[in-house]
Write a protein of this length. Structure first.
Length: 283
């Protein structure tokens, strides 16, 4: 793998009418995931500006992180009722929004859209499970028709639920935006071991770290990569063994001066971990 260089990026908000890549250049990077929760931004005009601005800045958009309308509560109590396309009350509106984001992604030249699908039922005999699979298939097929992939961000589901759902959707263009911290923060799995189950479907990484929940109602805490329970040197090593060649998108869910310090530290750490993994694989 050697130094990751052109494979390291950040989460970059879609703002300023699409001319928004200053943060990427600020860190001397050339890759980002573009993110928006405002579906009104998914227009041809903004897409044109995004593409022109990205080309001018020399920034590659690794994927479009597609937010959906309606309430989003990131905990174990209201989360199952509000997140993703699992809640029936919001499903149709959110499927429609993801299709609009797919159109937008195609216009800007991104290879995929990403979203959280929500708390996909663990029990495959749950009467809601087939409808959730069908909703994911509808979005995936819409993406496929436009030459795109649809990447599910890990978090609310165990690895085996993700595997089962990808198999049942069956469109061939589903992948994972693998967030190792989310598996820990939601108490859904060990990210290194999870790669044994879903490693073949990992397309993109969120470089994020976290701690396991200590409450039955609340997620575990997010922390700077390297300070949580992901065990990043081993995680990077395992992905190296699997031949992962995708992007490493740093996500640090704080703001201000400390966020910048942590992102800069993580860029250096990622290259160091990758070089160590390379050295070990060459032994």
């Amino acid at each position: 793998m050697a130094a990751l260089d052109s494979k390291i990026g950040i989460i970059n908000p879609l703002e300023n009418g699409g001319d928004c890549f200053g943060p990427v250049l600020h860190y001397a990077l050339s890759v980002c995931q573009l993110v928006s929760w405002d579906i009104s931004q998914a227009t041809e005009e903004i897409a044109f500006t995004v593409k022109a601005a990205a080309d001018k800045a020399g920034v590659r958009i690794a994927a479009m992180w597609a937010g959906v309308p309606g309430p989003q509560v990131w905990n174990f109590v209201e989360g199952p009722l509000t997140l993703g396309i699992v809640p029936q009350a919001y499903r149709a509106e959110r499927v429609a929004a993801l299709k609009r984001w797919a159109d937008f992604a195609a216009r800007i030249g991104a290879p995929a859209i990403i979203t959280h699908c929500g708390f996909i039922p663990e029990n495959m005999t749950d009467p809601e499970y087939p409808a959730v699979v069908e909703a994911i298939r509808e979005v995936a097929q819409y993406c496929l028709d436009r030459g795109l992939e649809f990447w599910l961000e890990t978090g609310q589901e165990t690895p085996v639920v993700l595997l089962r759902t990808i198999e049942r959707v069956g469109t061939g263009n589903l992948g994972l935006n693998f967030d190792p911290a989310n598996l820990i923060m939601y108490g859904k799995g060990n990210p290194i071991d999870a790669l044994d189950t879903v490693g073949d479907y990992v397309r993109n990484i969120h470089v994020k770290d976290g701690l396991y929940p200590v409450s039955g109602d609340l997620l575990g805490a997010e922390v700077r990569p390297g300070l949580g329970r992901v065990r990043f040197p081993e995680f990077v090593g395992k992905l190296t063994e699997l031949g992962f060649a995708g992007d490493w998108i740093i996500e640090r869910e704080i703001h201000g001066e400390q966020q910048e310090k942590d992102i800069r530290s993580t860029i250096a750490d990622l290259n160091r971990w990758a070089q160590a993994a390379d050295s070990k694989s060459g032994e």
